[in-house]
Design a protein around this ligand. Sequence first.
Ligand SMILES: [Zn+2]
Length: 270
Amino acid sequence: MPEGDTIFRAARTLHRALAGKVVTKFETQLPQLARVDYDTPLAGRIVESVESNGKWMSMRFSGDLTLLTHMLMSGSWHIYRPGEAWQRPRVQMRVAIYTQDFVAVAFQVPIAEFHTRESLSRQRSLRRLGPDVLAPDFDEAEAASRLRARPQLEVGVALLTQSIMAGLGNVLKSEVCFASAVNPFRNVGSLTDEELRSLVSNAREFMRSSVVETSGVRRTTGRSDPYARLWVYKRRGEPCRKCGTLVKAKKQGEDARITFWCPQCQPIKP
Ligand SMILES: [Zn+2]
């Protein structure tokens, strides 16, 4: 699943390529979008901005129309020059937006909706999003209090709950828990204030540094060696970088997302 930082980067790339440009052609395989395009054509509108909000991406057009997409597991946005071959088959195309210099193509996005400003404000999933961990005005105290409000959740599940804090994904979840020396299977209710603050601020820091990396490479250990970039993620059975204990892995939560941790550095009972 793409994490919030991947979507942030995709939105930034699309914004640089498309903002201020006139749409010359619009294609879609989604009937609900095609209907809106038929009634109120996209061609001729100006792309005003492309922004991410947690794992949502919104592309705003002149004349009060916004295309909202969510990647879930499978979706992605690509950008091409006109005439350039696409890297994925055309049957996977859901939306294609053409300007004079670029073509933005959404492949297999499971959620794509057109909105006006008014319908956007009523969109339930967006309204339920917690503070966006990548937003310039990210409110750490608000994220901490939303965590506090769900004491029964396991930490590893809570960090992925987008109504608590939006944008963090499965790779950085394990890394954040390790950096904060918190066992991901503890309940949120067992956390001290300091542990809670540490989780939120590490989430922010890892996400932000990952966005700065132009390569898209995630790095939490501060090391440039490609085999030493992460503390625990995908390191099951390998020695912990701090204490040498073997890293463990287990599926967690209803969605069975895999979690990695060091049983020595992140004990269940601190
Ligand atoms: Zn360790």
